[in-house]
Structure formats: structure tokens, C-alpha cells
Unconditional design. Structure first.
Length: 184
């Protein structure tokens, strides 16, 4: 066992980490919402960096588009991706890590049927819904990447503002979407 591995094993046995935190202590988290003007929602999250441990920084962005629901009662959709901007390693390793993080983030974001149902556009009889594209860019990589990415995605979703639209009946029973004006 090399010295680094021995140091880690002995630290776990003693109940401390190299930066002085206990085994169950979490790094400080700072979140700022609405960081980008041309997105439906955005946020930056910084884990660590306050004197204890390394720093992980993420930018989460939500862009929304109207789509067709997969079926009545299916709700909307959330599509997520994670990009590692500052990754030290090979291209294949980076792609595999990004794919794993993106898949994990999509599972987390799509795990609430109640949330997905709220993405159905009013009056559309379950035909039209919002499709939210949540993109997270990891700007600084210092550990707990999935935690930081999910915090950034959730904060961006929380700050997301969708245009108010409704479905109205057009000719031949087809639905048409219209923008709801303020005061209506």
C-alpha cells in the first residue's frame, strides 16, 4: 500500500479527512440563481472552497420548448446532460464519465411524476407539454460532482420561468397554442 492510500485508510479509521472535516461533514455550498439572462432558468453552485477541501463549481441552465406528450397522463419531459469543462484525463474516460453523470442526472430529474404532470400545458388534453433541457457544466472539479450537478440542476429548475401558454380549440377540433397575456 502506498503512502497516499495508507493515509486515506488511517484517516477513515480515525474518523477524519485530510482537510479536517469529519466523515459525515459536508462541504460548504453556495448557490446563486438567475445567473444567465437568455435562459428560462439558471444557477451556479459552488461546493467547498471556503478554506476546507477542494472546490467543485457547476453552472446549470434550463431551456424550455413545447413538445408533444408521449401519451395522455404521461406529463412533460426533462432531459439532462453534464459536461466536464475541466477534466484531466483521456477523451474516452471523459466521455464515459459525462455519460454516467448525465444518465444519473436524468434519473433524478425525471423521478417525480407529480412534477412531470405539472409540465402539461393547460387545456391541451395531455397533448402538449413542456420539454425542459437541463444542461450542467462542471467548471471546477474537486469532488462530489453528482451532488454539485444535481444542486445546480435543481436550483436552475427552481428559478425557471416558463411563458404562460394555453391550448385553445381551432378548426376541425385541432388544438392550437396561444400565449396568455398579462392580466388574462
Amino acid at each position: 500500500m502506498d503512502d497516499n492510500a495508507k493515509f486515506s485508510v488511517e484517516g477513515v479509521a480515525a474518523g477524519v479527512r485530510a482537510d479536517g472535516r469529519g466523515l459525515l461533514d459536508y462541504r460548504a455550498c453556495v448557490c446563486s440563481e438567475d445567473t444567465l439572462l437568455h435562459a428560462n432558468g439558471s444557477a451556479t453552485v459552488t461546493l467547498g472552497g471556503l478554506g476546507k477541501g477542494s472546490t467543485t463549481r457547476c453552472l446549470g441552465v434550463v431551456k424550455a420548448e413545447v413538445g408533444r406528450c408521449a401519451g395522455v397522463g404521461e406529463g412533460g419531459a426533462v432531459v439532462g446532460s453534464v459536461t466536464l469543462a475541466m477534466f484531466r484525463g483521456g477523451v474516452r474516460e471523459r466521455q464515459e464519465r459525462e455519460a454516467f453523470l448525465s444518465e444519473s442526472l436524468c434519473r433524478v430529474l425525471s423521478s417525480s411524476p407529480a412534477f412531470l404532470e405539472r409540465l402539461v400545458i393547460p387545456g391541451s388534453r395531455g397533448e402538449f407539454c413542456w420539454v425542459l433541457h437541463v444542461d450542467v457544466t462542471v467548471l471546477e472539479l474537486g469532488g462530489s460532482v453528482l451532488d454539485a450537478a444535481s444542486f445546480a440542476a435543481h436550483a436552475a429548475l427552481r428559478s425557471c420561468v416558463l411563458p404562460r401558454v394555453r391550448a385553445v380549440e381551432a378548426e376541425a377540433g385541432k388544438l392550437q397554442l396561444e400565449l396568455v397575456q398579462d392580466g388574462e
